[in-house]
Each structure stands twice: as structure tokens, then as C-alpha cells.
Design a protein around this ligand. Structure first.
Ligand SMILES: *[C@@H]1O[C@H](CO)[C@@H](O)[C@H](O)[C@H]1NC(C)=O
Ligand SMILES: *[C@@H]1O[C@H](CO)[C@@H](O)[C@H](O)[C@H]1NC(C)=O
Ligand SMILES: *[C@@H]1O[C@H](CO)[C@@H](O)[C@H](O)[C@H]1NC(C)=O
Ligand SMILES: *[C@@H]1O[C@H](CO)[C@@H](O)[C@H](O)[C@H]1NC(C)=O
Ligand SMILES: *[C@@H]1O[C@H](CO)[C@@H](O)[C@H](O)[C@H]1NC(C)=O
Ligand SMILES: *[C@@H]1O[C@H](CO)[C@@H](O)[C@H](O)[C@H]1NC(C)=O
Length: 441
């Protein structure tokens, strides 16, 4: 700001000296000696008028820049003026919910009335950036969701998510090629128009460090073409390999409406050494051995160090149940939530994403559960059967919601609304915790 004003202000305040200087400057360089004093007065009047107008313009411009800057910087600086009365409980701006393309349970009106955003995951893309539904089931589930989201009783924005764990392989090629990128963007817009959705989520798991610039440029291009449509991106957990290296967060944050942080899957019944030990799906704090940073707090501290727009981040809330079999002793005494798992041919046995409904149908009881204070998470270990379940409970959700509000992150995204139980236990807990929602103001 200062650099904008410096060249103008001194000139205005010393205009008479300037007049003299200008006069001698022109006299020295002018070969036309016939310029008389009256001519000079006229010329200087014009020059001063121009300078005056420049000064006014500069002031106006800097005022505009301040307003825009305030807009972008919202919440990070202390405002001494025009502060609204702060709500006693900081409320979440967003309660977003994912709907999968393949679960058995359809979306319901009751769920949609509680969400601010419904994210359909996933729409697939091909090597040319053309979008399509994976199959008829996926399309029908989407259409059913779309029809309910259009019900006037639901004040929800419907978005489609592109990519994800199993269909991110074409981002590199499509984004690197200008004409394919353009095709991809027009394919997105055509899709949103045709299906009357409100926006798109880009879930590239995950760009590499060398693709950072390409990704930022793509997001900016997409934003420029989306007009009124919403745009979000899904971003990785920090502290795992180089997952975050392809994201220029401070740049991206300016072009998206919000960011969904995929802060989960730190432990799961995966292959090889990744399948052991057991651990919470989305621990708030803590970790074990080389996974000591595998938690929500570490990830959010990382994002907080990259940008001040914390209100743009949604934190993931898993609504499903995770099961391991062949589970043995704790990795260390006192760390009961982390337990060794027996691998057979480098494979683990279990179910990484079991809906609560399915867990109930298969007779898994989710109460009473055990509590790990360090990670603030719940689990059930059955030493006789060697089974281990982990999932969110009222207690673990309360810890996450308190964390969110204390740190003033903007919202949550539930993975996934259709993996909850019949009673929408996880969704209800979150909406009940958020009585002072932004709708109230
Ligand atoms: C903003 O205000 C809070 C509470 O009054 C204070 O703790 C904090 O230091 C202030 N930050 C700045 C940058 O002035
Ligand atoms: C849905 O697809 C995901 C990813 O392929 C898979 O992990 C999950 O088990 C599927 N769910 C159902 C109910 O088939
Ligand atoms: C709209 O929502 C209301 C309230 O949930 C429900 O009773 C009604 O059937 C819905 N209409 C449609 C067309 O889904
Ligand atoms: C992509 O475009 C090329 C060139 O037009 C075409 O040969 C190819 O079949 C397309 N791929 C798909 C999956 O449609
Ligand atoms: C298990 O995986 C390791 C590498 O992680 C490999 O060296 C080993 O051969 C695998 N064993 C079997 C039985 O596949
Ligand atoms: C759902 O609510 C009903 C009625 O309160 C209750 O009987 C049932 O156990 C609940 N189911 C689950 C999975 O919580």
C-alpha cells in the first residue's frame, strides 16, 4: 500500500517546488525560448490538475485494494470496526456430506435438510477429460440424490466429485495438455448444466511436486470458467510421504470455495506392512512409531502454516466402521488402540469401509467401546475372536467438534452420509452439536 502512495503524496504536498523544478527542467531542455510566463502558468495548471486527479485516483484505488484485501484476509486480522456480535459458540459454515456411487442405501430428504453441501463421489473422467457415470447404478443414485436436493425443503448445494482413489490416473495427462485441459473444463461445465448441479470437487490423489504449478493453473482456469458454480478441492493428510508437495495451498485457497481435508486412513487393513498395527481411522492426536504425525492435528497445523484462511477447510468425519481380524497384543503397554496384526501372504483380513448399517446387520456391536485418551478415539478389541473395530462415537466426535471450533476451521465433510446407520447417528450428532448454525444468522 505504502509503495502506491509514496510517489503521489510527496508530489502533492510540495507542488510549488515541483512547479519550479518543472519550469527549469523544461527551460533547460527546450529549444523554444519563446515560452513566456503565461504559457508556463497554463502548462503548470494543467500539470497540477493532472497530478491532482492522479492523487484522487490513487486514493480511490488504494481504498478498493484495502476492501478486497480485507475480503481475502477475512478473519485473520483483528477488526476494530464493523465487528458483528460474536456468537457464543463459533458455528460451522459447512456440513458437507459425501454420497457414494455404490452403497446400498439411497439418500433421504431428512439427511439433505441437515447438510449445506452434498458431494456425489465419484463421477469418472477418461483420458480425454470427458466425464461419465461408472455404471447405471451410479447414475441412478446420482439422479435420486439430485431430485431430493432440488426439493425446496432442502437448502443444500449439490456437487460432484471427480477423481478419488480409483480414478485419478488421468489428471496428469489431461492437465498437462492444453487442449485436453480445455476439453476437461468444458466437459465439467456441460455436466453441471445438464444435471443441474451447483458445483464440482476436484479430488486428485495426489499431484506430485513437479505438478504443483500445473495443478494451480488448472484450478485457476477452472475457476475463471465456472462463473456461479462452486469449486472445492480435496487435499491430503500431511506427514505422509510427499502427499502435500503438489499443492500450493496459499495460491489454491484463493480460487476455491473450500478445501476438504482427507485426514483419515492412517491405519487400515491394507496390504503389506501398511496393514499393521491397528489404529483409529482419523485420530485427532498422537501416533505410533514412524506414524507419530499421522493425525488430524498435525495435518491442520501444516495447513495453518500455509494460509490464514482456516475458515475454508473442512475436516473429515468418517461415519463408517473399520474391522481387522487376526489382531494380537498392543504394540506397547498402555497403547491398547495400536495392536499388532498377523499378515498372511502380506495380506490382512478385515473390512476397511463397512457401513454402520452393514456392521449392524452382520451383528457387530458398537457398544460398549474402549477409549484411547491420547488419540481421542474409540475402538473395540475382542481378544477371544482377535477382532478389532474402530469408528466414531459421541465422545470422539465431541473432541473433534470442540477442536474445530477452538481452531476456527470452517466445517466438516462426512465420509459418507450413506454409510451411517438407519438413525443417521453420526450426522445427527454433528448437526446437534452445531445448534448455532450459520443459517440462524
Ligand atoms: C487479536 O485479538 C486477540 C484477542 O483479543 C489477541 O489475542 C490477538 O493477539 C490479536 N491478534 C493480533 C494480530 O492483534
Ligand atoms: C464401493 O466402492 C469402493 C471403492 O471401490 C469399495 O471400497 C467399497 O467396498 C464399495 N462398497 C460397496 C458397498 O460395494
Ligand atoms: C420434499 O421434502 C419433504 C420433506 O422432507 C417431503 O415430504 C417431500 O416428499 C419431498 N418431495 C419430493 C418431491 O421429494
Ligand atoms: C481420446 O481421443 C482420441 C483422439 O480423438 C481417441 O482416439 C480416443 O479413442 C479417445 N479416448 C476415449 C477414451 O474416448
Ligand atoms: C511380502 O512383501 C514383501 C515386500 O513388502 C516382499 O519382499 C515379500 O516377498 C512378500 N511376501 C509374499 C509372501 O508375497
Ligand atoms: C435407532 O433408533 C431406534 C429408536 O430409538 C433404536 O431402537 C435403534 O436401536 C437405533 N439404531 C441404531 C443403530 O442406533
Amino acid at each position: 500500500m505504502d509503495s502506491d502512495e509514496d510517489p503521489i503524496l510527496p508530489i502533492r504536498s510540495t507542488s510549488s517546488t515541483l512547479y519550479q523544478n518543472l519550469k527549469s527542467f523544461f527551460s533547460l531542455n527546450s529549444s523554444d525560448a519563446s515560452l513566456n510566463e503565461i504559457g508556463w502558468k497554463k502548462a503548470s495548471t494543467v500539470i497540477l490538475a493532472v497530478l491532482f486527479i492522479c492523487g484522487i485516483l490513487a486514493l480511490g484505488l488504494s481504498a478498493i485494494i484495502w476492501v478486497v484485501y480485507d475480503e481475502f484476509d477475512g478473519g485473520s486480522r483483528n477488526h476494530t470496526t464493523t465487528t458483528t456480535t460474536p456468537s457464543p459458540t463459533p458455528s460451522l459454515k459447512r456440513i458437507a456430506g459425501v454420497y457414494t456411487s455404490n452403497e446400498s442405501k439411497d439418500s433421504t430428504n431428512v439427511q439433505l435438510e441437515k447438510l449445506t453441501h452434498a458431494l456425489f463421489a465419484f463421477i469418472r473422467m477418461d483420458e480425454n477429460g470427458t466425464l461419465y457415470f461408472k455404471n447405471e447404478k451410479s447414475k441412478n443414485r446420482f439422479l435420486s440424490l439430485r431430485n431430493k436436493a432440488m426439493n425446496e425443503t432442502a437448502d443444500v448445494k449439490l456437487m460432484v466429485s471427480i477423481g478419488g482413489p480409483n480414478n485419478a490416473q488421468f489428471f496428469s495427462g489431461v492437465l498437462a495438455d492444453e487442449s485436453r485441459q480445455r476439453k476437461f473444463i468444458s466437459s465439467i461445465i456441460a455436466f453441471l448444466k445438464e444435471y443441474q448441479a451447483h458445483g464440482v470437487d476436484i479430488f486428485w490423489k495426489w499431484p506430485t511436486e513437479s505438478e504443483k504449478y500445473v495443478f494451480s493453473t488448472f484450478i485457476k482456469n477452472l475457476r475463471d470458467n465456472l462463473n456461479q458454480y462452486l469449486l472445492s478441492i480435496t487435499v491430503p493428510p500431511a506427514g505422509i510421504e510427499h502427499h502435500t508437495f503438489g499443492f500450493d495451498i496459499d495460491d489454491l485457497v484463493q480460487h476455491v470455495d473450500f478445501l476438504n481435508v482427507y485426514s483419515m486412513d492412517y491405519y487400515g487393513p491394507w496390504m503389506n506392512e501398511w496393514g499393521t498395527p491397528t489404529g483409529p481411522i482419523a485420530p485427532l492426536y498422537s501416533g505410533v512409531k514412524e506414524r507419530e504425525n499421522f493425525n488430524l492435528d498435525y495435518t491442520m497445523q501444516y495447513y495453518s502454516s500455509q494460509t490464514r484462511r482456516l475458515d475454508k477447510f473442512n475436516i473429515i468425519i468418517p461415519s463408517f466402521v473399520r474391522l481387522w481380524k487376526l489382531v494380537k497384543d498392543a504394540v506397547e503397554p498402555g497403547r491398547e488402540v495400536y495392536r499388532n496384526v498377523i499378515l498372511k501372504d502380506n495380506m490382512t483380513e478385515g473390512d476397511a469401509y463397512m457401513s454402520r448399517r452393514l456392521a449392524e446387520m452382520e451383528g457387530w456391536k458398537l457398544t460398549p467401546s474402549m477409549w484411547d485418551e491420547q488419540s481421542k478415539s474409540s475402538f473395540i478389541y475382542d481378544p477371544d475372536q482377535g477382532t478389532y473395530l474402530t469408528f466414531e462415537t459421541e465422545r470422539s466426535l465431541k473432541a473433534k467438534m470442540d477442536y474445530l471450533k477452538e481452531k476456527r476451521f470452517g466445517g466438516v465433510w462426512i465420509w459418507a452420509v450413506d454409510m451411517d446407520d438407519e438413525n443417521n447417528t453420526v450426522l445427527n450428532f454433528i448437526t446437534n452439536q452445531n445448534l448455532f448454525s450459520s443459517h440462524d444468522f
